[in-house]
Design a protein around this ligand. Structure first.
Ligand SMILES: Nc1ncnc2c1ncn2[C@@H]1O[C@H](COP(=O)(O)OP(=O)(O)OP(=O)(O)O)[C@@H](O)[C@H]1O
Length: 720
């Protein structure tokens, strides 16, 4: 569906104003003390009542995931909550006490007139079936009396049929008006929800995303967003809640017809049997689904099996892993692992009671109801006021009530699950990146003329879920403008230290000051503007060469000359010139299976072009240079930037780094840190940090460390 451009721009303006109702949320994990709490060195403040209030939706969401029989166990993300009193209370809390209602208001506010029209049309249309039955009964009675009185004419019949057709045309017009209106309302709601979700997702940092509870919250929030596309596992979007209302209206209108047809003391028996025959399927369904009303809540063993069977399935389908699957003959292993895991999952999904699958399924409801509903029909026929039309109307209304009641129960059950997903969505909107300081702690980053000054004292860091610290008691200082080489054995913590310095991950203990200020007081986005880096596992974007390089400084993505300059600095000109479409060549990204849309695979669209490991590395270096040449950049950090390059290219790249970090007259303006296993390169640095077992065991100039004759000297001798 296409909405006019003005419609979207209008909506974007509204989005920014609606942001106001979302407040910050720091979420404690149930398994670990407080993975999202603020850094310890900053003053802790007492939780204000308002802050606690803002978490009530999150708390209710978390409580709804608890498995009652297993203390400390949680339902997997997306699992259906059992329909019981405790969960009904939690749903009420999510809906009424938390921002879910405000969220409804926001959705309503996106398109107030159209949403009101949608609601009204739905209710009017829900009266159509009753009206249709009534009108058909009138026609039957009219025809019957015409034939009985002998005054039947074909013209009279034509008039009756034309009136009925006119009614259907009006119904059809209203239906198509409702359909197109609903499409616009749902389209804007879908855009709003997806925009919100993406906007928050791109701002979340690694420590926040590493939290398992946050991951579950985001997964349920995703399900909620997908419900707007009708692909949320059959869940209802908030705007579909309107169907609950229209089904209820439909039922009431039919019940009203049934009562009006059976009123009077003589018909009280008819009424009672009618009510009983209508309610019977609901009662039986209730008994039935109390056993299997929700997806089975997996226990930890079953959840692991579910994850394993999914992993094996993905492996079997993956193009990326295909070469190693073939080479190492992994086919049988994948199949065996998948089969054993799948059996566990299927066993957990078997109905608990035999009654579920056999007894109730074998009860033939339609036949039973048909037989029961014949009784009131026969009783009604005894009455002198009963007409052929009223009998037809009675029969169709009873059938409609049974059908609509079934639909209402199913819809209400989906809506019940939808409330928790909506609550997850609202709570996820309040997530605050963990590395983001509180407003009152914020310090504006100020550049020094010669780069950045780094002071590290007693710094330690343990990855979430690890028992061993990756960094232990790190101490060093680097004056502004100095270059530092970090060297050491595999797994000694070099890349982790780089990530901490880059403010990509949080540290647990110690002090890290940048330009004399605690790094945790800087806004990470602001701090990152002063850094350029190449990561050890750098990104290979599924995009053109131009984009792969230009993304280093996204403001200059459209400036071909700036991109070509960065490519030149990274000595990648020849490589790019040999590509079939130069910098417009689309690069083939390992592991990225792109979605193919109709019309994409035409013969004119250029095929993706693969690159070697060293060529990719040059592209990543060019991306870093794209930003590195900017005057505001104070730190260049390279994690094994030239590991795949030959010795000549490596020296050229380091010469370029040296050139970029100085003014034309030779004064240092940027600090440089590089991690390398090539110690002949490391000796170019002003200072060298030798890392062993997560700590810096030696720190100094190349000469000092050689003189010391310790680990560095030994490593150096082994490498040259
Ligand atoms: N995401 C992670 N989760 C848990 N542990 C991790 C993670 N990443 C790294 N580690 C562990 O942290 C330790 C330090 O890893 P790091 O990548 O910093 O080493 P390195 O010195 O850069 O190694 P290399 O020279 O091989 O690149 C290792 O023991 C590693 O297993």
């Amino acid at each position: 569906m296409h909405l006019p451009t003005s419609h979207y721009s209008n909506m974007c303006q509204r989005l920014s104003s609606h942001m106001l109702f979302f407040t910050d949320l720091h979420i404690p994990s149930p398994s670990r003390p407080s993975p999202l709490c603020r850094p310890q060195l900053l003053k802790e403040k007492k939780e204000k009542p308002r802050e606690r209030e803002s978490r009530s939706g999150y708390d209710a969401w978390l409580a709804s995931r608890e498995v009652p029989s297993q203390k400390g166990a949680y339902l997997i993300a997306g699992a259906q909550r059992p329909l019981n009193l405790a969960n009904a209370r939690l749903a009420y809390r999510c809906l009424v006490e938390d921002s879910a209602l405000s969220f409804f208001q926001v959705l309503w506010g996106l398109n107030p007139v159209r949403t009101t029209l949608m609601m009204s049309l739905n209710i009017v249309r829900s009266l159509f079936p009753a009206f249709r039955g009534y009108s058909q009964a009138l026609i039957i009675d009219e025809l019957h009396s015409l034939i009985a009185s002998g005054s039947f004419t074909w013209f009279r019949l034509l008039c009756l049929v034309s009136t009925e057709m006119l009614r259907r045309v009006v119904e059809g017009l209203l239906d198509s008006l409702a359909f197109s209106n609903e499409n616009v309302v749902l389209g804007s709601a879908r855009f709003f929800v997806e925009h919100q979700q993406l906007e928050h997702r791109v701002r979340l940092d690694i420590p926040t995303l590493a939290d398992p509870v946050v991951r579950d919250l985001l997964q349920e929030s995703d399900l909620f967003a997908r419900s707007f596309n009708g692909s949320g596992f059959g869940l209802l979007s908030p705007l579909d809640f309107v169907h609950v209302l229209s089904l209820a209206t439909e039922i009431i209108s039919h019940i009203w017809l049934v009562i009006s047809l059976t009123r009077g003391a003589t018909h009280i028996g008819v009424l009672l049997i009618s009510i009983f025959s209508t309610m019977l399927p609901l009662l039986l369904t209730r008994c039935n689904f109390s056993q299997r009303q929700s997806d089975p809540p997996y226990n930890a063993y079953e959840a692991r099996a579910a994850a394993r069977h999914e992993r094996m399935r993905n492996l079997a389908y993956s193009e990326t892993h295909r070469p190693e699957i073939v080479l190492f003959g992994l086919g049988d292993w994948i199949l065996k692992s998948w089969a054993s895991a799948r059996k566990i999952v299927l066993a957990s999904e078997q109905p608990q009671s035999l009654l579920d699958s056999s007894f109730f399924a074998r009860l033939n409801f339609p036949d039973l109801l048909f037989a029961l509903q014949n009784i009131p029909l026969v009783l009604l026929m005894q009455s002198s006021s009963t007409t052929l039309g009223s009998l037809t109307l009675y029969r169709s209304s009873i059938q409609s009530v049974v059908y609509a009641c079934g639909n209402l129960v199913t819809t209400a059950r989906m809506a019940f699950q939808g409330i928790f997903l909506m609550s997850a969505f609202c709570a996820s909107m309040k997530l605050k990146p963990r590395l983001q300081p509180q407003d009152q702690d914020l310090v504006v980053y100020e550049s020094l003329p010669a780069g950045i000054r780094i002071d590290v004292r007693g710094l330690s860091y343990t990855y979430p879920g690890s028992s061993e610290a990756a960094l232990k008691d790190i101490n060093f200082s680097l004056a502004a403008g100095e270059t530092l080489a970090i060297v050491g054995y595999n797994g000694s913590g070099k890349s982790t230290l780089a990530r901490v310095l880059l403010r990509i991950v949080e540290f647990d203990k110690g002090i890290l000051q940048i330009n004399g200020v605690d790094i945790r007081r800087y806004n990470p986005d602001e701090y990152h503007k002063h850094i350029s880096a190449v990561f050890q596992g750098f990104s290979k974007f599924n995009a053109t060469v131009k984009e792969n390089v230009g993304l280093g400084h996204v403001d200059k993505l459209g400036q071909r000359s700036a991109i070509e300059k960065a490519i030149h600095l990274a000595e990648a000109d020849t490589l790019v010139a040999l590509l079939p479409h130069g910098i417009q060549t689309m690069l083939e990204t390992p592991g990225f299976e792109s979605v193919s849309y109709p019309g994409m695979n035409n013969p004119t669209s250029p095929p993706h072009h693969g690159l070697s490991g060293g060529e990719w590395q040059r592209i990543a270096i060019a991306r870093a240079f794209m930003r590195a040449v900017q005057p505001e950049v104070d730190l260049l950090l390279f994690d094994e930037p030239t590991s795949s390059l030959d010795a000549r290219a490596q020296n050229q790249i380091f010469d370029t780094i040296e050139k970029i970090s100085r003014t034309p007259s030779g004064e240092r303006t940027k600090s440089v840190i590089f991690i390398t296993h090539r110690l002949s390169t490391a000796r170019r640095a002003d200072k060298i940090a030798m890392m062993e077992n997560g700590t810096i065991s030696e720190f100094g100039t190349h000469q000092e460390l050689i003189k010391r004759n310790g680990s560095y000297a030994a490593l150096y001798r082994a490498s040259v």
